[in-house]
Structures are given as C-alpha cells and as structure tokens.
Design a protein around this ligand. Structure first.
Ligand code: ADP
Ligand code: MG
Length: 342
C-alpha cells in the first residue's frame, strides 16, 4: 500500500509530483505555482495559461446544477485565474469525458453555458477533446490570456506595509451550496416537498453563476492603481492569504469586522449555526479578488465602493493573524481560528 493522498493534501501533492520537472525555455517567466503560468511568446505581452478540471460528484452535483450553469461556471472559474494575474482572457480549450447517460441535448445545454461565458468575456473557443468516461462527466478547461509585463500580478509580490484588499463580498457562494445541499437531502427523503429559496436568490446566484472580476481590474487600472500581489478566492480567504504570504515571504493582519459579508449571507450563516466570518474565511468559490496595494493609494481606494480594505501586510515573523473585535488575535496560518469564531 502506498501513502494515502489525503496524508499530503492537494498542495503538497502538486509540489511533490511537479518538482522534478526541468525548465528548458527562456520564454517561461513563471511556471507552476501561481494562478496561471506566464510565458513571453512575443515581445510586447506576456501570455498567461491556466487549467482547471471539474469532476461530477466532486465539484458539482447535477441534481441541483443546471448544465448550462455548469458550462458557464467552468469557464468563469478559469477566467478568474486569468483575472488574478491582472490579465485579459482571449482563448479557451474545453475537454470533456462523458458517460452514456448524457444525451446530445444535455451536452448542447452544457455548451450553451460555455458559449454565454465566451460571449460575455469575448473569449474564443479554439479547441479541446472529447472522450467517453465510465461514470459521470468531467470537464477540463484551459484558458489563455495576455498581460503587459509591467502589469502582471503574482502571488509572490506583496510588500510589507501594503494594504490588503478584497473585492465584492465573501461567504455567499458557500452558503448557497449549503442551502442546495440541505434542500437536496430534504427532497431525497420527501420528494413532494418543493424547495423554497425565496429571499436566498443572491446566495444561489453566487454559487451557480460566479463572475470573474474583470470589472475590478478596470476600476483599479482607471484609478491608476496596480496591485502588488493578487490571487482569486477559490478556496476561501484564509487559504488564499496563506498563499500570498508564503509566496511573498511576508505576514498579514486581517481585521475580522472589515471582511465584507452580505446581509443575506450573515442571516443564513446564523441559520446554519455558523459565524458569518467562518463562511467568509473558510468557504470557497466566491471568485472575488484578494490583492495587496501600496498604502499610498489609501485615499483612492476609499472612494471605490466594491473594494474593502481588510488589513495590512506585515513582516513574515509576525505570522498571519486575524484580529477579532475587542482586539484578540487568532492565528490564521492554521485552522485554529474556527473554534474562536463559532
Ligand atoms: P488554482 O486554485 O488557482 O487553480 P491550483 O492550486 O490548482 O491553483 O494550482 C497551483 C499551481 O499548481 C498552478 O501553477 C497549477 O498549474 C499547478 N498544478 C496543479 N495541479 C497540477 C498537476 N497535476 N500537474 C502539474 N501542475 C499542477
Ligand atoms: Mg486561482
């Protein structure tokens, strides 16, 4: 028997399997280890490339995920990784593996969502692959974009003294998933009961139809602000700030009461007996941007409504801390904060 993968976790597994691979080409500006790879294929722009895989039963449940939404989301989450590099998306390839349970019409539904995202973000579908699968559906999308070399935002470029900012609000997508899971379980037991999602539409939309925040990149660019470090929030604020701090060799202070949380998110978190901050810190799939900005831009940032300043970058030895209202500090580099919040 070999080592169970769960013993390493996703990130250490990736490190382990990819570390022996040599670098051969001068065009590789960044390989593995950020939201996307960065290549210098032409003299003007950097080319950005990112891939994600979505597996039925792991990343989505078709009982409550319409295929059109799934197609849209599969594209959106890839484009979000391009956004995290401060890039502009241009092309995608889409590969699917299908079991016999899917009809032509079902796959057309999936592709109508992929098309809607391509139209919205001006992205061209340029290829892919189609295969059969033993069970269920798998979708893998590769997105290709570009960025000017002076604008690219790595995880590794946060500076001590930077303000830590987040776009939009957090925790809603996670609670949307909790609602869908709860209604799915009720439906399995009592099929005649119809789910009632009234007042919770925002949470469902955040879970089923996330949008990459290119609007935020434009707002920042128009304001003359270029973030130092950036990452998109796919796994939760706590995990993403750890990525930035580890790669940048810095620490962070985040103020719990500054984390943007929508009212419906707060109310629903309480219904699930969860502190809203727990959903915001630990729930994923919001696809908002987490970025650090030179503190000289404070006044400009304060005038932008869809951006919240939630903390600041500190020296590495200060660690990654969550400051609770009242002043208590919780270590965010482990999961220890959870018990403190709920
Ligand atoms: P994200 O959550 O932004 O999609 P990941 O954590 O999936 O990022 O990936 C982190 C880095 O590891 C990226 O550079 C990605 O390309 C790389 N990576 C992930 N899985 C593999 C794999 N199986 N083989 C090679 N590289 C991988
Ligand atoms: Mg990412």
């Amino acid at each position: 028997m070999g080592t169970p993968i769960s013993e390493l976790g996703e990130f250490r597994l990736i490190d382990r399997i990819t570390s022996p691979f040599p670098k051969f080409h001068n065009e590789t500006i960044r390989g593995i280890g950020d939201d996307a790879a960065v290549l210098k294929l032409n003299s003007e722009n950097y080319t950005i490339i990112t891939t994600d895989v979505l597996v039925e039963g792991i990343h989505f449940n078709l009982v409550y995920t319409p295929l059109k939404h799934l197609g849209y989301k599969a594209v959106a989450v890839n484009l979000s990784d391009i956004a995290a590099m401060n890039g502009t998306p241009k092309y995608i390839t889409v590969s699917i593996a299908l079991s016999a349970k899917f009809s032509v019409e079902a796959i057309e539904q999936l592709y109508s969502g992929i098309l809607a995202a391509c139209e919205k973000y001006h992205v061209e579908l340029i290829g892919g692959d189609t295969s059969s699968s033993m069970t269920g559906l798998m979708i893998s999308i590769t997105a290709i974009g570009e960025v000017l070399p002076q604008k690219v935002t790595y995880r590794s470029s946060a500076k001590v003294g930077d303000l830590i900012c987040v776009s939009g609000d957090l925790g809603a997508a996670y609670l949307g998933l909790q609602l869908l899971e709860r209604e799915y379980k009720l439906f399995k037991d009592t099929p005649e009961i119809q789910p009632d999602f009234s007042t919770k539409e925002y949470l469902l939309e955040r879970q089923l139809k996330p949008e990459p925040r290119f609007d935020i990149l434009k707002t920042l660019n128009d304001a003359g602000i270029c973030p130092h470090a950036m990452i998109d929030i796919s796994d939760g604020l706590s995990s993403e700030i750890n990525h930035i701090c580890t790669k940048s060799n810095v620490g962070a202070k985040i103020y719990a009461h500054k984390i943007p949380i929508d009212t419906v998110t707060s109310i629903t978190a309480e219904e699930f007996n969860m502190a809203p901050e727990t959903a915001a810190l630990h729930g994923g799939e919001d696809y908002e941007l987490l970025f650090t900005v030179n503190a000289d831009h404070l006044n400009k940032l304060l005038t932008i409504p869809s951006i919240s300043i939630i903390g600041m970058i500190t020296e590495a030895h200060e660690g990654i801390k969550l400051i609770l209202q009242g002043g208590n500090e919780v270590d965010l580099s482990t999961k220890g904060w959870d018990a403190f919040l709920s």
